[in-house]
Design a protein. Structure first.
Length: 282
């Protein structure tokens, strides 16, 4: 059998140009499409309904990840074998892994999230760094959160760096975008969710809250900007403002680490309240 050859060899191909434009937010918004790069993201996209529209793959990647390419075809995506220079042109990474998918937007209406009566939610308010946003989304997924909300003051969910940092978690749980923080807090509270703001200036710390036994109910954590935290007006919206205690000499925790600590604390408290043993228990 003759070796496969790429069908797309020119970066100036209309299909390639259309995909490359999705690196820019205005084109993503206009087309309601975004890029998912690498085998993990493409695998998850292929398994998420009709999300994956197109897949660009080098010959080598198509052979190495034949199962992913097969899943993409089964999902109805158009698969194009492309020259390495084409993949490099579409990709937003320094070292592309040979697979780039074009996906449909998949954010969930905020009202739909509220209707599901979630027990654990992460709210990203004023989060501007896409890597942090994607990492917090991944942490929320790992902790068993049932939704993530990005306020209208936060970074674009579909920024390529945010998508990569989520490592596929973007396709695992409902995410609402562009929700004003006031609406997010009010809606969650109306749905019976207690709203906690995570901030280094909080009057109470996470340990005290856990000791008090007040974290077993439905909870939403509000996380703020990487550099200056949450503004006073946002902290005032929450039912309580908590800080993660620093027991050592570290000056502070970065956003993603603090989010992981808070989300896992809530997840454990909720599991204990329902009689579920934590996965970390012996």
């Amino acid at each position: 059998m003759a070796p496969a050859t790429p069908e797309l060899i020119s970066p100036r191909s209309p299909r390639v140009l259309a995909a490359r434009r999705l690196a820019k937010r205005n084109f993503r918004g206009k087309e309601r499409l975004f890029l998912a790069e690498g085998p993990q993201a493409v695998r998850e996209a292929a398994g998420y309904g009709q999300t994956l529209v197109e897949l660009f793959a080098t010959v080598e990647a198509a052979e190495r990840y034949a199962d992913i390419v097969g899943a993409a075809r089964e999902a109805g995506a158009r698969v194009h074998l492309a020259a390495e220079t084409v993949i490099e042109d579409i990709s937003t990474t320094v070292t592309p892994q040979g697979l780039v998918g074009v996906c449909r937007f998949l954010d969930t209406p905020f009202e739909q999230i509220l209707a599901a009566r979630p027990k654990l939610v992460a709210v990203l308010a004023h989060v501007r760094d896409p890597g942090n946003a994607g990492t917090v989304l991944r942490c929320a997924d790992a902790a068993g959160a049932e939704a993530v909300v990005l306020t209208d003051a936060s970074v674009d969910l579909y920024n390529p760096k945010a998508v990569r940092a989520s490592v596929g978690s973007l396709f695992h749980l409902p995410v609402a975008v562009g929700v004003p923080v006031e609406r997010a807090v009010a809606g969650l509270r109306e749905a019976g969710v207690r709203v906690l703001a995570a901030d280094g200036a909080g009057e109470h710390d996470l340990d005290s809250e856990l000791d008090a036994g007040t974290m077993s109910g439905p909870t939403a954590w509000v996380f703020g900007n990487e550099a200056w935290g949450l503004p006073e007006e946002t902290r005032a919206l929450a039912d309580a403002v908590l800080r993660v205690p620093i027991h050592g000499k570290a000056e502070s925790l970065n956003l993603a680490t603090a989010a992981a600590v808070c989300l896992y604390a809530s997840a454990r408290a909720q599991r204990a309240a329902t009689g579920c043993r934590s996965v970390t228990d012996a």
